[in-house]
Design a binder for this molecule. Structure first.
Ligand SMILES: Cc1cc2nc3c(=O)[nH]c(=O)nc-3n(C[C@H](O)[C@H](O)[C@H](O)COP(=O)(O)O)c2cc1C
Length: 179
């Protein structure tokens, strides 16, 4: 199973990127591709600019990456209760190619932050709109207090309850393959 993972953030040291990648490793036999949103630099979306330049290559490339995957794991960074500007911008551009950005792929949504809220607001927002954007959502997990539950040396979540939630989410994706 080809799993595409990314953190919905353009931070080089994105904790969400790390969480998405780790969760993919919990799917036995997964072939994992990790996207870095820093590689999908785009001007701020506007309908006027879209009329002028059409669909930028970076938006098309992002959309194509999702299309080529069997499943997708996204972990959302929370900025002021919502999506990071970098992700929202890329998503807006991609949604103009096709509103079903997730292309009916089996999907797991995650979110994490250094604080106790675990980026729960942005995760609730992503969950609430998943069906409009073609995400076949199998699980959604928020991980609170990231730096307390993640071992940076091994790249693994070590806290039992977070690990159990992520394992359950990974299992839901894996079941997809045998179903
Ligand atoms: C502009 C800005 C706003 C933020 N707002 C929130 C917030 O609303 N809730 C939260 O839990 N963390 C917030 N944070 C902290 C982020 O959770 C933290 O920077 C985290 O590392 C972002 O994820 P990333 O490392 O994947 O980019 C904010 C950070 C920034 C820079």
């Amino acid at each position: 199973m080809k799993i595409l993972t990314f953190g919905a953030s353009n931070s080089k040291a994105s904790i969400n990127k790390a969480l998405a990648q780790f969760t993919a490793t919990l799917v036995a036999g997964a072939e994992i591709e990790v996207l870095d949103l820093g590689d999908y630099d785009l001007p701020i979306f506007s309908e006027d600019l879209e009329k002028e330049i059409g669909q930028p290559a970076a938006a098309k490339a992002f959309f194509k990456k999702i299309g080529a995957a069997d499943a997708v794991i996204v972990s959302f960074a929370e900025h002021n209760g919502s999506y990071s500007a970098a992700y929202k911008n890329l998503f807006d551009w991609a949604s103009r190619i096709d509103q079903k950005v997730f292309q009916n792929k089996p999907t797991v949504f995650l979110a994490t932050s250094p604080g106790p809220g675990g980026a729960g607001s942005v995760l609730a927002s992503a969950k609430g709109s998943a069906r409009f954007f073609g995400a076949d959502l199998k699980a959604a997990v928020s991980v609170a207090n990231f730096y307390d539950v993640f071992d940076a040396e091994t790249g693994r979540i070590t806290e039992a309850s977070a690990l159990a939630d992520l394992t359950e989410a990974a299992t839901a994706l894996a079941l997809q393959e045998v179903a």
